[in-house]
Each structure stands twice: as C-alpha cells, then as structure tokens.
Design a binder for this molecule. Structure first.
Ligand SMILES: [Zn+2]
Length: 419
C-alpha cells in the first residue's frame, strides 16, 4: 500500500471514530435525597471523580434538595454499595436512558429541516438561519451581533433588536446555553424573541436588546453530534484524557474558589486559568462594549430556581431588596401564566457558594441595575418524565414561564424608574 493511500485509510478511520456518538444503553437515572453533610461530600467526590457518573443538573448537589445522577452499567455494583453504606434515599427514574433518547431523537427526525417549530429543539445552524430571516424582514430594527469566535472557530452570534436603530437606549442582555446540553435555555430565548416580535411587546422599542441563545456554541454542537449531556467547552485542558472547562466557573470573579474540581475530567473543572475559555473571555470583552447595560439575564437548567447574585459570597448585594421585590412579582406572573413555581433567592441559599460564574462577573464589573439567573424546568424534586430535564415536552411550558418572568421584570423595572 502506498503511503498516500495508507494515510487516507488512517484519516478515514480517525474520522469514523471522531464522529461516533456517546451511547447510554442501560444507563440508569436516580433521584437522590441529599440529607446530610456526609452524603453531600459523597456527591462532591462523585462529581470530582466521575468515571462515567454524571449529574443532570447544572447546579451542584446541596442538602435539602434532590439531585439526579446518571449511573452507568459498570457502576451498578459500586452504586448499590454506596446507597447502602451512606443510607441514601434513591428513586429510579429511568432504567434505560438510551431508549428514551432514541424516542426523543425520532421526534426530531420527523420534523422537516426548514420547518419553524417553536416547540422543537433547533440546531445551531437553524437558529442562525432564523436570525437571518428575521433581520431580512426588519432590517432597520434587527441585526446579528457576534461576541467573537469559539475555540473551534464557530461564530458566537446573537440577535440584536433596536427598533429604529437609535443610540442612547437602555440595554438588556439575555445569555443562554453556557452549558452545552442545556437546550431549554436556547429554546426559551428564541420563543421570547418570537413572542415579543409577534405581540409587539410594550417595551420593545424602549430598549436595545441583545439575545444570545447559545454562548457555548462548541459544547452545544457537541451535545447534538456526540453527547446529549455535554456540559463543558471543547478546548483541550492540561490533561491528555479530557477536554474542556466548566464555562460557568471560568470567569475572573473569585475564580477557582467554590464549587469547582481540580480534576480536569470533572464537569466542574474551572479551566486551567481564569478566562482560559475564549467564549467566556469574549463575553466579558463584549459586555464592556454594550452601551448603557441595565438588565442582564441568564438561563440554565434545571431546578426551577429564580436566582439573585452573587454566588461567591453569602453577603447580600446592595440592591438585593429591589431584586427580591421585582422577583416576587415576576414569580407571581409565572404562576399565573402556567402554574409553575420557582424558588426565589440568592444562589448560595440553594447551592452553597459557587464562584467564577458569568452573570456574577457581569453584575460586579459592568454593574447593570438588575441581574437574574434562572434554573429552568423541571423542579429537582418531581422529575417524573423519563427524559426530564432534556425532553422537548418542556420547551413550550418553560418558554411560557420565561416570557412571563422576563416581561414582568422589565415592566416592573420600568414602572419603578430604575432602567
Ligand atoms: Zn447551566
């Protein structure tokens, strides 16, 4: 065999290996009550040394709330011993994760590629082409903005709405899908844009809006192509074995202090250094250029939490009361719209201290008046559907929750004259 053809064969073999998708055949998902510090430490050790275990939620395990854990078949023996030794209260919620994913994927595949189904998950390219359509419809009011490129060279694009293209308006920035597999953040953002344009939302013209439905583009695309539960970025880190950092631990705000793991293979590895991930560095640089930022909002999944900064300290922020009062009114609006209940409060109240997160960095450095972050549906205590929290059945109700929440936050801020 000639060298050239041998190299072609090798290249083809590599491309086949690279394109292969992670499978979850007979993986189980357990819901766990974490009731004491010993059990919490066990969860933290599982997070530090995952070896196939994976937590479903973006937010860390904490005492008093339930946590959902994927357990791979090679861990069944070990897991049953841990359950017994640590006296864990567990409930099996899925006994073959791959079968559920296959059913969900069959739903995606039934949809035609060019069909704009707002109750379906969209690929990154579909989001981009929808943006282009919208801009073409209203070129004077809408434009596409970029915060820069990802590690893999993807353009990190969002949609800007500035009716009449005027300067001097107060700005609002909505950030979603910093974690690759948290697609409900992207669909909620898209649905909010769509509803606001269709309804001609009262304050649409008053603000300069920046919607960024997918911040971690590489991780999002990888979740589509390779692993539905991918969380991190895709930049190689200082290990040979694993890739990526937890982008929501990577900001230069008390970096590497709390809720992080030193293991580069952990989902909470904060990166080799602060702002090591281009997506997060780009976001910080871009935020410095957004004029007159008044409100910054961020979507994650899951747990139904409505969160107020900051994560790195228990101390209350200066305008905590304003955040809380507006939060309570927005929470009531969610419940009126859909019946859903979100728990309102500062991050550490739900998860303990968490450092290096993007919206804390924005709140402390760019100083918008209001900053909120939501953990979207479902709750962490009532995961009932076999595929929660990644089921497309959650797209519509979650988008309704967030449309009510976001518009109410803005209405209230405007009524109070703080934006
Ligand atoms: Zn997240």
């Amino acid at each position: 065999m000639k060298w050239k053809s041998l190299l072609t064969v090798i290249a083809l073999s590599f491309s086949i290996i690279l394109a292969e998708k992670a499978r979850f055949d007979f993986y189980r998902v357990y819901e766990i009550s974490v009731d004491n510090d010993v059990q919490l430490n066990l969860m933290k050790q599982i997070s530090d040394y995952p070896d196939g275990y994976q937590f479903l939620s973006s937010s860390p395990p904490f005492t008093g709330i339930k946590t959902q854990l994927i357990v791979p078949p090679h861990k069944f023996g070990e897991w049953s011993e841990l359950v017994e030794n640590f006296d864990l209260q567990v409930k099996l919620i899925n006994n073959n994760l791959q079968a559920s994913l296959d059913r969900e994927e069959a739903c995606y595949n039934r949809r035609k590629a060019d069909e704009r189904d707002f109750n379906s998950f969209w690929r990154y390219e579909e989001i981009q082409s929808w943006f282009q359509e919208k801009v073409a419809e209203r070129p004077n009011d809408l434009s596409i903005f970029s915060i820069g490129t990802s590690y893999e060279g993807n353009e990190i694009n969002g949609l800007r709405i500035n009716v009449g293209n005027q300067t001097g308006k107060p700005s609002i920035f909505i950030e979603a899908t910093i974690h690759g597999g948290e697609w409900l953040g992207a669909t909620s953002t898209i649905n909010i844009i769509n509803e606001m344009l269709i309804n001609n939302y009262t304050h649409l013209s008053y603000f300069d809006w920046y919607f960024l439905p997918v911040l971690n583009v590489d991780g999002f695309k990888y979740a589509w192509s390779n692993n539905r539960f991918w969380r991190k970025t895709r930049k190689p880190n200082n290990s040979l074995l694993c890739v990526g950092a937890d982008p929501n631990r990577n900001s230069d705000i008390h970096w590497n202090e709390s809720s992080v793991s030193a293991n580069p293979c952990s989902n909470n590895y904060p990166g080799d250094y602060a702002f090591s991930e281009p997506e997060i560095k780009n976001l910080s640089e871009f935020m410095k250029t957004v004029p007159n930022l008044k409100i910054y909002l961020s979507f994650h999944t899951f747990g139904q939490f409505f969160m107020i900064p900051t994560g790195f300290t228990d101390d209350r922020i200066e305008n905590y009361q304003l955040h809380y009062e507006i939060g309570e009114i927005a929470n009531a609006a969610i419940t009126e719209a859909t019946g859903a209940i979100y728990q309102l409060g500062p991050i550490p109240e739900f998860f303990g201290l968490v450092s290096g997160i993007s919206f804390d960095w924005v709140f402390e450095n760019i100083k918008p008046v209001l900053t909120y972050c939501w953990e979207l549906r479902p709750t962490r205590g009532e995961v009932e559907s076999e595929l929660d929290p990644v089921s497309s059945k959650l797209i519509e109700p979650t988008a309704k929750d967030m449309y009510a929440a976001v518009t109410t936050v803005i209405d209230e801020a405007e009524i109070r004259g703080v934006v």
